[in-house]
Design a protein around this ligand. Sequence first.
Ligand code: ZN
Length: 315
Amino acid sequence: MAPGIDIEISEVGPRDGLQSIDRIMPLEAKKAWVAAEAAAGVPEIEVGSFVPAKILPQLADTAELVGFAKSIPNLTVAVLVPNFRGAENAVKAGADKITIPLSVSETHSLKNVRRTHAQMLDEVSRIVELINSLPASERPVFEGGLSTAFGCTLEGPIAEDVVVRLAEALMERGCSEVGLSDTTGYANPGQVKRLTKAVKAAVGDDKLTGLHLHNTRGVGLANVMAALEVGITTLDASLGGIGGCPFAPGASGNIVTEDLVYMLDSMGLKTGIDLERLLAVRSIVEEALPGEPLYGFTPDAGLPKGYPHGYLPAA
Ligand code: ZN
């Protein structure tokens, strides 16, 4: 984490947001979006996913976008990969951080990537081998992201000991760290605390630092508060909660970055992000995807008078 920052926000809108929207955002608009968010102080951006263009044409320009984002100083350029082939492309493009999602629900895994847990873990091993073949200074961070960790639309509740076991397996295969994803928006604050503590206890406190939360049922920020209490320091969010939620019309997808920055900022937790500049980034997305709903309470209500100084304790 960059010095002077308490909580690191990872913007995932260009990946998680855009993959849920049918329309394709032009590459130039994506570049403008990424550049503007980095200029507002966002330290990490997940710019895309290395999946075949046939499956996600919205993200077909990920390699070019990684190349562009790498030219921005002090920005961690993150990508998602579904398999070894995706990781090869991510390494070639020069991504700083690679996340492979492993669905804790095996039903979901089979449906999504047509692979069992064992097959996915073998894929992880191959990727680790690839990364270790690179000179040490060129190795990306490799995160194993446990998706559907808080519940699955197909299987329903997910047993917490399975999440813990798979987190251990990912670390044994050589991942740098693990993350927990509330892919389906099922998580609640009690569960966030319990599962985070259990996984940290199994793999080490510093090997689980980030959560990927959605706001499908309106408890996204409550889940963030629970996460902060158990030592989580990196949070994914998307500008304008873009992408919405396919199974909850009117609900944002990811936690809205603007609302998250507002909450942390007003509590005196440093994110390094200038909220006014961040709010201005919305116009880039609005222009590139006219009519696409953008969510967020803070953008709608505006910043409180005297923000943020009036909300910080007296020095
Ligand atoms: Zn997501």
